[in-house]
Design a binder for this molecule. Structure first.
Ligand code: PEP
Ligand code: MN
Length: 337
């Protein structure tokens, strides 16, 4: 439920309403718009059944949130959420490029990739230390050793780091090293894992499940937010369809839809979304034009030798060209890089 205050409501009136809500054992989230203030009520609104909120001074009306996801909805918070990671503002007019290899393979590989993506204009470094692979015989990642290498790359380049966490037991450890915790597509409905990252204070990059609807995806975000962590960045990474020419079908229509129904930032992963480096550049341009808040792109110093996702990884020179293009397009669509 949200409580919409009157246009001329005073700070004191807002405070009193919040007190009533909190005394009923519920949380509040205040959104101060240019026109009106909205108080989002966190928790079961039935606890307010005997509290005549609508009769309180300064209150315009109360509105139930009809969507199954509450905290992630635009109704709950009308203005966009902006998430600060280092000096980067995800969800603002800044278009944030995250890039790096699929997996941390060695110190040399990751440090080289980090220097390259930074030089081209990436603001966040990606790299998986724990890899959720389709086959148990594929490279599974370097684990904590990989996290240490990521931390060293951050130290050297100043780039914050996004890396995946695949188990509840590892959340604490990964959170010690990472600036953004990535929840992979395969784990989008791993509710225990969602709750565990929701109990941390780190921003969470929540990838869309391979066959998840937008509503299921927002409900997954809700699991994280319901634990108190509102710093959720959604990531469209393609869904499984009947089309075999691409690894997944990149659902770019999800971008404007999410922007309309949720306040959370949304970025696009054209690497997993297409599965082939050749389609990464055009889909990146399209993602920027569609209103995404950023991209996460796989870049490898030498894709032919990559231990995972080589075919969809950009070579440094192609990533450089892509960033140059995006820098030209961004101002046309009201963004800056
Ligand atoms: C990845 O980012 O390398 C990855 C495994 O992504 P997804 O979970 O989207 O498949
Ligand atoms: Mn990958």
């Amino acid at each position: 439920m949200i409580i919409v205050m009157q246009k001329n409501a005073t700070d004191d009136q807002i405070k009193k309403v919040c007190e009533v809500v909190e005394n009923a054992g519920l949380g509040v989230h205040i959104s101060k718009g240019s026109d009106v203030t909205i108080i989002g009520v966190i928790g079961d609104r039935r606890k307010l059944a005997d509290k005549p909120i609508e009769l309180m001074e300064g209150v315009e009306k109360t509105v139930p949130i009809m969507e199954p996801y509450k905290l992630a909805s635009r109704t709950f918070r009308p203005e966009p959420t902006v998430i600060k990671v280092g000096d980067v503002l995800i969800g603002s007019d800044e278009f944030v490029i995250m890039a790096g290899p699929c997996a941390v393979e060695s110190r040399e590989q990751l440090l080289e990739a980090a220097e390259i993506v930074k030089k081209c204009g990436a603001k966040v470094l990606r790299g998986g230390a724990f890899k959720p692979r389709t086959s148990p015989y594929s490279f599974q990642g370097l684990g904590e050793e990989g996290l240490k290498i990521l931390a060293e790359a951050r130290e050297r380049t100043g780039l914050p780091v996004v890396t995946e966490v695949i188990s509840t037991e590892a959340v604490e450890m990964v959170a010690e090293y990472a600036d953004i915790l990535q929840i992979g597509a395969r784990n989008m409905q791993n509710f225990q894992l969602l709750k565990a990252v929701g109990r941390t204070e780190k921003p969470v990059l929540l990838k869309r499940g391979i066959s998840a609807t937008i509503e299921e995806w927002l409900n997954a975000a809700e699991y994280i937010m319901n634990e108190g962590n509102f710093k959720v960045i959604l990531c469209e990474r393609g869904i499984r369809t009947f089309e075999p020419m691409t690894r997944n079908t990149l659902d770019l229509s999800a971008v404007p839809i999410i922007k309309h129904i949720s306040h959370l930032p949304v970025i696009v992963d054209p690497s997993h979304g297409t599965g082939h480096w050749r389609w990464v550049t055009p889909m990146s341009r399209a993602a920027l034009a569609a209103g995404a808040d950023g991209l996460i792109i796989e870049v490898h110093p030498n894709p032919q030798e990559a231990l995972s996702d080589g075919p969809q990884s950009l070579k440094p020179e192609n990533f450089m060209l892509l960033c140059e293009e995006l820098k030209k397009i961004a101002p046309i669509v009201g963004r800056r890089i």
